[in-house]
Write a protein that binds this ligand. Structure first.
Ligand code: SF4
Length: 214
């Protein structure tokens, strides 16, 4: 890593912290199982929509066992509006079964064990570990983090796993969890996918793409 990139990263971290001191996970949850389910549902779906769906869902299903034994068609209907509902229902039930069979009904708290759950990849595992267990095992790279770190030229990679690896090298470990939360907030409010508001962006002076993204 060049020292100028390191300096720029430090500045970005500081500015994001100043602008989004209160950034946190937008998925409503009150335990790790709810967060796991909400994160699975959030693929290709807005957090607002997920929160609408989980408001009712979490009243009906309180344990991994309840998801595991649920009627698949009923569950599909209940999560239908989040999109990709068949795959998501399959992931939720597969993960729930493994949680019951291998982990005594409790969501595991290691990256290794989480990645063994059906339908759980690094992004979901990082969300659960970082947000609920406060374990910095990696950096969440969702669509916002991917887009913005590429615009900021913190990475030139396309693949989320490679982006995550670069960010883990670039950022101090204590920033791994909160950096993603802040970038996600920034992505929703300012550095949006279609029309980034560069003129209002408070990290524009650190961004090589400022004013250049159509
Ligand atoms: S300057 Fe524009 S492209 Fe760069 S981070 Fe800000 S909004 Fe995004």
């Amino acid at each position: 890593m060049t020292s100028s990139k390191a300096r720029r990263t430090k500045r970005i971290v500081t500015l994001l912290a100043k602008n989004y001191p209160e950034a946190e996970c937008a998925l409503v949850h009150s335990n790790p199982l709810e967060l796991l389910v909400a994160t699975i549902l959030s693929a290709q779906c807005t957090d607002i929509r997920v929160n609408i769906v989980t408001k009712e869902l979490f009243k009906r299903y309180r344990t991994a066992k309840e998801y595991a034994v649920a009627d698949p068609l009923t569950l599909q209907q209940e999560i239908y509006s989040t999109g990709f509902f068949r795959n998501k229902a399959k992931s939720i039930q597969g993960a729930a079964r493994m949680i019951v069979e291998n982990h005594g009904g409790e969501v595991p708290r290691t990256m290794e064990a989480l990645l063994e759950l059906p339908g759980v990849a690094r992004k979901t595992a990082n969300v659960v570990l970082g947000t609920w267990f406060k374990e910095a095992a990696g950096v969440v790279v969702d669509t916002h983090v991917r887009r913005i770190t590429r615009r900021l030229k913190l990475t030139n990679e396309e693949d989320p796993k490679r982006i995550e690896r670069e960010l883990m090298e670039l950022l101090p470990r204590k920033e791994w969890i909160i950096f993603s939360h802040r970038l996600i907030w920034h992505g929703r409010r300012v550095c949006t996918a279609r029309k980034p508001k560069c003129e209002k962006c408070l990290i524009a002076r650190c961004c090589p793409s400022a004013g250049k993204t159509a």
